[in-house]
Design a binder for this molecule. Structure first.
Ligand SMILES: [Zn+2]
Length: 258
């Protein structure tokens, strides 16, 4: 009986498409430098593609916001973050029909995405998620989202929606263990944050994630400790370049950025 219980526990923990186990093995972006173009050329290509992405962002946003496929969106998004948030959601269609609520509260950071505590009693398909935004009434002040460039905002929201995507790929028990580990281990938190960026990058948000990291590094009002913490939890510039070369450079080199 005891062995059966252990078996059921392990089965629940590891069954299904478990992102939980993918996070466990995620270390660095695999990048074989020898297969890449020489680093000077890669640098030039990377920044050329980055510039294109940033200057064409307006077109990209208005095209997505106007797209018919988004007219059925049921999530009530605050107007000050709406346009970029819609684009972030468009990159994660599996999150669009989820119950997602925005709440303004006193929190430590600027914004975070979390599962509703009552999810433990809900089935996966009925789960609810919450995006908390700092109301700046408490001790900890968040960054004013309005001061971010649209590209940095898109990267930021893309990262939060990627968190929701990762929760959606865990069962309730995995999510519970995940939450405990996330709040108790700084190393695990780092792994999760870096992996979350990676998920958003896989959906085409590479330069926007990169831009929000750049913005935070240069943000005047952030403390040195906050900046260091942010760098610690982000992918490195080499990893960005590597991922871009691996997934997006072919399209860019062939077609340019539209
Ligand atoms: Zn995060």
């Amino acid at each position: 009986m005891y062995i059966l219980k252990i078996f059921i526990f392990l089965w629940i923990l590891f069954s299904g498409t478990s992102l939980y186990s993918q996070i466990k093995v995620f270390k660095n972006v695999e990048c074989e430098k020898s297969n890449l173009v020489d680093s000077l050329t890669l640098d030039e290509l990377f920044y050329a593609a980055y510039n294109e992405s940033i200057c064409n962002l307006d077109k990209y946003i208005s095209r997505t916001v106007q797209a018919d496929s988004l007219s059925s969106l049921r999530i009530d998004i605050p107007s000050n973050i709406k346009s970029e948030f819609i684009v972030a959601l468009a990159c994660f269609p599996e999150i669009r029909d989820k119950r997602l609520e925005f709440r303004y509260k006193k929190i430590k950071g600027t914004m975070n995405a979390r599962p509703d505590v009552m999810n433990i009693l809900r089935t996966k398909s009925n789960r609810r998620y919450v995006i908390l935004i700092n109301n700046n009434m408490g001790k900890h002040k968040g960054i004013s989202l309005e001061t971010l460039s649209p590209a940095a905002r898109l990267g930021w929201y893309g990262h939060e929606v990627a968190h929701l995507q990762s929760y959606q790929m865990m069962n309730n028990l995995q999510m519970l263990i995940f939450s405990l580990r996330y709040i108790s281990s700084i190393k695990y938190l780092q792994k999760v944050e870096r992996f979350t960026d990676f998920l958003a990058i896989e959906r085409g948000l590479l330069f926007y994630i990169f831009e929000s990291g750049r913005y935070l590094s240069n943000y005047e009002n952030a403390s040195v400790a906050y900046k260091k913490f942010n760098v610690f939890n982000s992918l490195t510039i080499d990893e960005y370049k590597c991922l871009w070369y691996k997934y997006q450079s072919v399209k860019f080199i062939k077609e340019g950025c539209k």
